[in-house]
Structure formats: structure tokens, C-alpha cells
Design a protein around this ligand. Structure first.
Ligand code: BTN
Length: 263
């Protein structure tokens, strides 16, 4: 296992627990004071063969974080910025539903800190008042005929200017300031375990778990399917591939791509 730290930080006491955890001691874990995006660092580590099969990139600060659909993920300290890397021989369309599984893992990890959350399709983690607390970004990377799934996760832990009427943070929900590595200690083992299950058994075994946390039950929603192009229908859950089901004129439409849900 590899440990990289650019300086001594108050993370050290928590990182020692990561390195002592038998479930984690086969992984390469890289930790940085400040990076552009943990996604790009993960790709560089793969290129340099520093991550071979699986690994984890953590940063205390991220200056060029990215989110889904070309959005930025704003910087701010005391939040969790991580990218978990898994090798795969499957195609992206076979494994992209892992982003929903990662959402379940984040929600389960946050439960451990008494921070209750809901999941909004495809991969937002919301407070019980529907404010975004965390997001998941899936990317793939291929080199020398080896394919990797990169699971980027950002969790707002501390109140920053990002916390507005549509965003919340773990501190606002629980009044506890949690070190990002404490979350990693809960979250990373869950991700590794669920990746193995997902890889061998597919998404279908996670559908019920996801639906139990769904941000809405049956109700009318509005989806933006492309810029300015919206469609309304009845939310009917998700299917065994992780696609959203929308009832329009008595027919069920299967929405695979991550369109924006307007409500
Ligand atoms: C979203 O909700 O749009 C997804 C946000 C994902 C943000 C995380 S922070 C760690 C990792 N590195 C990035 O640049 N993005 C992801």
C-alpha cells in the first residue's frame, strides 16, 4: 500500500486508522493537500502504474473539481473530495449504474454520523429537505487495453458559501464537524464490497435498496432531456439497469441518460 502526503496535517490521526484497517490495507491510497481534480490525479496515477487494480485518491482541497453535465464542483476546505478507482473488463454501459450504488454507499456511510439522506436519480445525495449534500461523478479511463472505472465523490461536510437554499452539508444537518477521512473509513470499505457484488451480480440486487431511499415516491416530475426540451410524466421508480421509469400517456418510458430533473 502506498501513502502520499504532501505535509503533516490534522488528517494524520485519521489516516493511521485507514492504514491499520485490514479491509483497506490492500489498496493504494494517495492523499494530497491540494489538487485540481482528484479524477485527473487518479488518471495520472494509473498512467504511471502507481494504481494497478484499485486505489483511492483523497485531497484536502480541490481547485478544479468537476461535476456531472460539465458543471464545476466548487472548492472549499473540510469537505470530502475522493476518487475511487476500480479495474474492469466490462464496457461503460454495463457498469455506469455503479454511480447509483455509490450513492447508496454514501447514504449508508452518512447514516453512521446520524446524517439522514435521500437519493435523487441519478446520483445526488440529498438531505431530508431535498438539499444536495453529496454528488457522484463516474468516468472511465483506458490505457494499454486495461479499463478503469473512476468513482468521484464530493461530500459537503462544512458550511461554506456553497450551502444555500439548494445545498446543505453534514454540519448543518448534524451540528457535527466530521473529518473527511472519518467518512472515508466508513465509505471506502462499503464501495469496495458493493463494487464486487455489483460487478458479479449486476445492478438488479441494488434496486430495492435504492428505492427505499428514493427522494420521491410516485409523483409528477419534469425532466430536461436536452437544452430547453422538457418532458413531464409520473415517476415510476428505476429498473434493474438503473434507468429512471417515467409514465407518459399510460406508457412507461425508460430514461437511461442522466437528464436534469426539473420537478
Ligand atoms: C455532481 O453532483 O455533479 C458530481 C460531483 C462530484 C464531485 C467530486 S469531488 C471529487 C471528485 N473530483 C472531481 O473533480 N469531481 C468529483
Amino acid at each position: 500500500m502506498t501513502k502520499k502526503l504532501s505535509r503533516k496535517t490534522d488528517w494524520d490521526q485519521y489516516l493511521n486508522k485507514v492504514f491499520e484497517n485490514p479491509k483497506l490495507n490492500n489498496s493504494s491510497i494517495f492523499c494530497y493537500e491540494s489538487v485540481g481534480s482528484t479524477m485527473d490525479v487518479a488518471k495520472d496515477l494509473i498512467k504511471n502504474q502507481e494504481i494497478e487494480n484499485s486505489g483511492l485518491v483523497l485531497a484536502e482541497k480541490q481547485t478544479k473539481g468537476r461535476g456531472r453535465r460539465g458543471n464545476t464542483w466548487e472548492e472549499g476546505e473540510s469537505s470530502l473530495y475522493m476518487t475511487a478507482v476500480f479495474s474492469t473488463i466490462k464496457e461503460i454501459n454495463e457498469i455506469s449504474a455503479f454511480s447509483l450504488v455509490a450513492g447508496i454507499c454514501v447514504a449508508n456511510a452518512l447514516d453512521e454520523f446520524n446524517c439522514q439522506t435521500k437519493l435523487k436519480w441519478p446520483n445526488d445525495v440529498l438531505s431530508l429537505e431535498n438539499k444536495k449534500i453529496a454528488g457522484v461523478l463516474i468516468e472511465t479511463f483506458s490505457i494499454d487495453k486495461k479499463n478503469y472505472l473512476l468513482v468521484g465523490i464530493g461530500v459537503n461536510l462544512k458550511k461554506t458559501r456553497k450551502v444555500t437554499e439548494s445545498y446543505s452539508c453534514v454540519y448543518s444537518e448534524t451540528k457535527k464537524l466530521i473529518n473527511p477521512v472519518e467518512v472515508v473509513l466508513k465509505l471506502y470499505p462499503l464501495l469496495m464490497e458493493d463494487y464486487n457484488e455489483f460487478y458479479t451480480q449486476g445492478f438488479s440486487i441494488f434496486v430495492k435498496k435504492w428505492l427505499r431511499r428514493s427522494w420521491i415516491q410516485k409523483q409528477e416530475i419534469e425532466l430536461e432531456i436536452s437544452e430547453g426540451n422538457r418532458i413531464k410524466g409520473g415517476y415510476a421508480g428505476i429498473n434493474a439497469k438503473g434507468a429512471l421509469l417515467l409514465e407518459v400517456d399510460g406508457q412507461i418510458m425508460t430514461i437511461m441518460n442522466a437528464y436534469n430533473i426539473v420537478y
